[in-house]
Design a protein around this ligand. Structure first.
Ligand SMILES: NC(=O)c1ccc[n+]([C@@H]2O[C@H](COP(=O)([O-])OP(=O)(O)OC[C@H]3O[C@@H](n4cnc5c(N)ncnc54)[C@H](O)[C@@H]3O)[C@@H](O)[C@H]2O)c1
Length: 377
């Protein structure tokens, strides 16, 4: 498909300009060392939006490493700003966490033109997106993702959400950002487990839509990507996701549904562990179960099934549920069906670059797939 038909600018260099139905244009900047020139980019954005001031919502875990550079950039724009620390951890992505952020916006006299700037991982990106969608019926916001997972996934697509009543992303909204600033160098302060966690979402999007990216991940699996190769991988993953979203920015059709690969089972698993398992790790398990189920139902070859499982193994991602999680995860899948008002719409990988959506998985097939995975050497 050509970039123009998809509403995406030239994807080889420069900001990725996104055109989506009922959505303004916005730029996703992806550049190693981008934060060094964030002041200029922000100044242009603030002028364009007519924003008089900025509120920085920052994850406390990211703050200790990166808040200084980002506040310096905002300071250089000459705009007044306030910093709202958001305690690290999924529990801040909650009604209480949302209320805290909304009240902080109000107490800082944030107006409809103020820019909310989120700095941190997927948690704070999701929270800020939700807050920006509803505060004064919608204010502009921009994201500076600091985890691999947020850079390739959570910060891309304008989807905000918070968890409630034990269900992931039960509340939320679509609200597209004014800009996204991705500096892969910011992920350099993450523990290795968090990098691998983010790479699970890269594997996901490669499996759905980018055979070259999948092959590149296979070739470089001997060590974790850094520097230019990490930037290249992050950029390719963002482009692949934006291509899927360009025609379906509000997740109404099958294209975007494909992005749920690994999530129908991963989300309930993650919730059932009380978020002790990281999001990408849970998605890796969901992808592995989907791949085995696809093979058992004749949709994928044994060779492709093994290729997928091998890549997850190579990045040291989990591929099966602990036995005690089998039942609570299955029960959580019932909640997903209820929220969706119908079947799971389980995404099945056939071969790298090609997945399809099936209706659902029954209990016997779920158990069979888990038994196969448990029996792997
Ligand atoms: N909106 C979407 O489309 C979408 C897509 C995928 C995931 N998500 C959501 O994203 C969330 C997970 O995101 P995440 O994996 O980034 O987790 P996270 O935001 O909780 O961050 C993980 C940890 O890393 C710390 N951290 C962040 N940046 C750091 C840095 N540069 N250096 C050191 N530590 C740093 C944080 O303090 C936190 O402890 C989940 O809530 C998930 O539902 C949303």
């Amino acid at each position: 498909m050509s970039s123009s038909r998809l509403g995406l600018s030239d994807v080889s260099s420069g900001p990725l300009l996104v055109t989506a139905h009922r959505v303004d244009h916005y730029a996703v900047h992806v550049e190693e060392g981008l934060v060094a020139r964030l002041a200029g980019l922000l100044a242009g954005l603030l002028d364009h939006l007519g924003s008089p001031d900025v509120v920085i919502a920052v994850d406390t875990g990211a703050a200790e490493h990166h808040l200084g550079a980002v506040t310096a950039a905002v300071l250089a724009t000459g705009r007044p700003f306030h910093v709202v620390p958001v305690p690290a951890g999924e529990t801040s992505k909650s009604p209480q966490g949302l209320d805290n952020l909304l009240r902080a916006l109000h107490s800082h006299q944030t107006s409809r033109r103020s820019l909310l700037l989120a700095l941190g991982g997927g948690m704070v990106c999701d929270l800020a997106t939700t807050a920006a969608a509803i505060y004064m019926r919608g204010i502009p916001y921009a994201l500076v993702p600091t985890t691999v997972l947020a850079a390739v996934d959570a910060a891309i697509g304008g989807k905000g959400g918070i968890d409630d009543a034990g269900a992931k992303n039960l509340l939320g909204a679509f609200h597209h950002p004014a800009a996204v600033f991705v500096d892969p160098q910011l992920t350099g302060t993450l523990p290795e487990r968090q990098i691998r966690n983010g790479l699970a979402e890269v594997i996901k999007v490669a499996l759905i839509a980018d055979t070259d990216l999948f092959a590149s991940l296979e070739r470089h699996a001997d060590r974790l990507p850094t520097g230019a190769s990490l930037t290249q991988i992050i950029r390719a993953a963002i482009v692949a996701k934006l291509r899927l979203l360009a025609e379906d920015p509000f997740e109404q059709g099958d294209l975007r549904r494909l992005l749920n690969l690994g999530h129908c089972i991963g989300h309930p698993y993650e919730a059932a562990t009380g978020y002790q398992v990281l999001h990408g790790e849970a998605v890796a398990v969901g992808m592995a179960i989907a791949a085995v189920h696809a093979h058992l139902t004749g949709r994928t070859s044994l060779a492709d099934r093994d290729r997928i499982l091998r890549l997850l193994d190579a990045y040291r991602l989990p591929t099966t549920l602990p036995e005690q999680m089998r039942e609570p995860t299955w029960e959580g899948m019932a909640t997903v069906r209820r929220v969706r008002g119908g079947p799971l719409h389980l995404v099945l990988p056939h071969t790298p670059g090609h997945c399809t959506v099936t209706d659902d998985i029954d209990r016997a097939s779920y158990d069979k797939a888990l038994s196969e995975l448990a029996a792997r050497p």
